[in-house]
Every structure is written in C-alpha cells, then in structure tokens.
Design a binder for this molecule. Structure first.
Ligand SMILES: O=C1O[C@H](COP(=O)(O)O)[C@@H](O)[C@H](O)[C@H]1O
Length: 248
C-alpha cells in the first residue's frame, strides 16, 4: 500500500522535501542500504569537518543496520558514537541501548570509534543528562531514530507527564519519566534527545520494519498532534528532512 501523497508546501512537515520514504524488498536490502547511506554521511563529515558524530537509537529494530555499518570502510577513529536515548540502566545491562550499540556497531572496523554512553557506574540521573548535553555541543552528523509500536520515538512517550516539558525543552537531552506508559516496558526512567537536540542533527533517519509500523507511520503522518504521536517530532521538527527506511 503506497504512503499517502504528501502536500508540497515548503513549510508543510509532510512536504517531499521533509519526508522521504524508502521501501526495501527485504531485511538484508534494508540493512545494507541504510548502512551505505550512513557511511556516505559519516565519510562526508570526516572529509568536511575532520570528524563525524553518529547518534543511535536502541530497541529491537536497528541491530542489522548497525552490524552492517560496523564493517564499513570509514576512518572510525574520527567518529564519535552517542545515543539518541537511554534507559536508566547501567551501560552494560543487557536491556540498555549502550549494550546494544557495543554488541552490534562497535565491532569489526567500527571498534575504533569513540563511544559515549549516557549512563555510567556512579553517575546520577542528573549527571547523566548533563553529560549528554555537554557532548551534544558538537552537532551530530546524523540522528538514527526508531519508532515504537505505541508511536514513541527516542524516549518520548505519549501520555507521560514529562512529555510536554520534553517537547518544549531548550536542552538537547532531558530526563524523562514514562511511568504508566506501557510502551516503556520495565524501564520507565529514561534520558532522551528532545526536538531541540534533534533539530541540530545534519541528517535524520528513521528505521522501521513490518506492516504494522508502516500503518502506524501513516497514522502519524496524518495526525497533527505530537503529544499523541511523538514520532511526529522526527519530521515536524525544523531542520533536516527525514529519511524513512522501511522493509517488510
Ligand atoms: O525504547 C526504545 O524504543 C524505541 C523503538 O524500539 P523498537 O524496539 O520498537 O525498535 C527505540 O527507538 C528507542 O531507542 C528505545 O529506547
């Protein structure tokens, strides 16, 4: 089923200039195409600025892309890898986004990259947020986003008391309490990139798989309320166009 034809006004968040949809035939094509696109972005920033900064999401979707990217011919010692969001867990916890990135991306050639986990042993939640904000002073080459089955992106959850504050925040990262949100699973306390932080990334990519998420994406594109569909911040936040990569 094709995605609805978006209107074309330049300031319309659904303008083709702001949302580009790439459908891949299968998971292999999806993973390699995303890895190739990310390689191009990182190599361009290394050539232009001497270093590149890669912001990564966690969850169940992106591992194949990260594994493919880990083998890419990039000057990885010039790449900083950081997180879009993190659960309030130790960085080696099996459910942490840091552990996912370590086990999937920071392998092969990408072992040489510099990784900045948000949480660390002995660091408080406030210190973790402050550290993420300090690192975010260097603009990201690309932010790689995901979308949960409840329409959240990063750790911005609909129905959470903290959502309006996070959406309006002038900080790049905030602490986020998603208590009561089923989509946050067993990890209600989070640290998340905000729309302000996302707006500074030179490029944006959204990785999704499966028919259910494609239908959910259609609903998000149709909705006009980021408090109900936080994934809308991925394309309604001013800045780079959103490259959406999907496969069945
Ligand atoms: O909790 C999270 O979920 C989202 C989406 O994850 P998925 O399992 O539906 O792919 C993810 O993008 C985010 O980084 C993570 O903390």
């Amino acid at each position: 089923m094709p995605l609805q034809t978006p209107p074309t006004a330049d300031d319309d968040p659904l303008s083709p200039r702001r949302v580009q949809f790439h459908a891949h035939v299968d998971a292999d094509a999806w993973a390699w195409s995303c890895a190739v696109a990310l390689t191009g972005i990182l190599r361009r920033d290394i050539a232009e600025r001497g270093l590149a900064r890669l912001l990564l999401s966690g969850g169940t979707t992106p591992a194949p892309v990260y594994r493919a990217l880990s083998k890419a011919p990039i000057e990885w010692d010039k790449v900083e890898v950081a997180l879009v969001d993190e659960r309030w867990l130790q960085p080696d916890d099996p459910d942490s986004n840091a552990r996912l990135v370590r086990e999937t991306l920071l392998q092969n050639r990408a072992k040489a990259a510099h990784f900045e986990p948000i949480t660390r042993v002995g660091r408080t939640l406030e210190e973790s947020v402050a550290s993420a904000n300090a690192h975010a002073r260097r603009p990201a080459s690309v932010a790689v986003l995901g979308m949960g089955e409840d329409g959240h992106t990063a750790s911005l959850f609909s129905g959470a008391r903290d959502l309006p504050r996070a959406l309006a925040s002038k900080s790049d990262y905030v602490a986020f309490d998603a208590s009561g949100c089923a989509g946050a699973g067993a990890w209600p306390l989070r640290i998340s990139l905000t729309p302000t932080g996302l707006s500074k990334a030179r490029e944006r990519m959204l990785l999704i798989r499966g028919e259910a998420k494609r239908r959910l994406l259609d609903r998000a594109l149709d909705s006009n309320d980021a408090t109900l569909m936080p994934v809308r911040v991925a394309f309604s936040t001013p800045g780079a166009a959103l490259q959406i990569h999907w496969c069945p």
